[in-house]
Write a protein that binds this ligand. Structure first.
Ligand code: SF4
Length: 373
């Protein structure tokens, strides 16, 4: 079981908080970039060996800026070079302002069956502050349209914004739930280096949001969505009717994936690899047949910590026997687990350890405490 991730490094404009790899001036080399992606797919066809590809994910950047022709060329290349299952989950990240009736027909024809819509907030003031390219009204219309067209739909929301109260955050969540979504991802705002937000913070234009305030909104998120029948199956991801995101779930469960495109990461259980985060260098390397891929071999310690971290963030937890196959479990490790079980932060079911709701509130800290260093 494996996944293919394709990074589309184009955006209409830069959101204030974003540190993903993208460019807002891409039209001059758009076709060259597509050709480079196609070349990379062919040149790395052996990476997944004969593993069956069950998911394809177009992320970015803004993949909804691709035309049907561009999407089709990429999907045809993936299917020609990898062993693809007939019923793959094929996700496209889409911004609300790109979602129109004719585009959706084209995406369907190309083979997309799931849309991950970058809503971020249903409040126009928040959207302006984030420099998003759409309005709340466009978000609502795009979700309704996508559902009518039969796509599986998920949205991204951001909490912990300055000047947004818990009540306002709840209003945002209410709007999301009222739209009848089966999947919602919610992320806490973080100030990443070299973003507009970082500059504003350093210049004192905005104050950092206190951690306690962000933790409060995480609490609101958990309670509210739980009451509405959503299951928190990963720290930032909530689903109803078992509509889990297959692609991301495979990441969290340590499955193999290949990343195509500038800045895209790949993982095969033993090595992690990543492409250069520069569009021109990526294109030039692919044109000349040179590599723009760096890789590192994961140590047993890396693999242990990664399995622990990603597993603990999910409702399925981590299997101690799987961890033990990588490194022996120290006495202090087991003692910490026992204490966390007594403290109602962890459940231990034979060899499976799973965070409770209380534990999920400090998931990163618990994982860090258990890391092998
Ligand atoms: S958040 Fe999305 S749309 Fe905004 S700049 Fe980042 S990648 Fe582009």
């Amino acid at each position: 079981m494996a996944g293919v991730y394709v990074h589309i490094p184009f955006c209409k404009k830069a959101c204030t908080y974003c540190d993903f790899h993208f460019s807002t001036t891409f039209e001059a080399y758009r076709e060259e970039l597509i050709l480079a992606l196609l070349k990379e797919i062919v040149s790395r066809k052996a990476y997944l060996q004969e593993e069956v590809v069950e998911t394809i994910y177009f992320g970015g950047g803004t993949p909804s800026l691709l035309t049907q022709g561009e999407l089709t060329r990429i999907l045809v290349a993936i299917q020609a070079n990898f062993n693809c299952a007939p019923d793959m989950e094929v996700t496209l990240e889409a911004n609300p302002d790109d979602i129109e009736q004719n585009m959706m027909t084209q995406w369907k024809t190309a083979g997309i069956n799931r849309l991950s819509i970058g809503v971020q907030s249903f409040d126009d003031n928040d959207l302006k502050w984030m420099n998003r390219a759409h309005t709340s009204e466009e978000s609502i219309r795009s979700i309704e349209l996508a559902k009518q067209q039969g796509f599986l739909v998920t949205i991204d929301l951001i909490y912990g914004l300055p000047n947004v109260s818990n009540e306002e955050w709840k209003i945002n969540l209410t709007k999301a739930v009222d739209l009848g979504l089966d999947h919602i991802s919610a992320y806490c705002l973080t100030v990443e280096e070299n973003t507009v937000l970082d500059v504003w913070t350093k210049k004192g234009k905005i104050a950092r949001v206190p951690e306690e305030q962000q933790a409060d909104q995480f609490d609101v998120l958990l309670d509210f969505l739980e009451n509405q029948g959503y299951e928190q199956y990963e720290i930032s991801n909530f689903a109803r009717n078992n509509k889990y995101a297959k692609h991301n779930t495979n990441y969290w469960r340590g499955k193999t994936y290949i990343g195509i495109g500038p800045s895209a990461h790949s993982f095969n259980g033993e090595k992690r690899a990543w492409n250069v985060s520069n569009n021109q260098r990526y294109i030039k390397a692919l044109q000349s047949g040179a590599s723009c891929l760096e890789e590192e071999v994961l140590t047993p310690q890396d693999r242990f910590n990664e399995l622990l971290m990603t597993g603990l963030r999910t409702k399925w937890g981590v299997n101690l026997l799987e961890l033990e196959r990588i490194l022996p479990l120290e006495k202090a490790f087991i003692a910490y687990i026992d204490a966390a079980v007594n403290n109602l932060e962890l459940i231990r079911d034979r060899n499976q350890i799973i965070l409770t709701k209380k534990g999920r509130l400090r998931a990163d800290k618990i994982a860090r405490d258990l890391f092998v260093v």
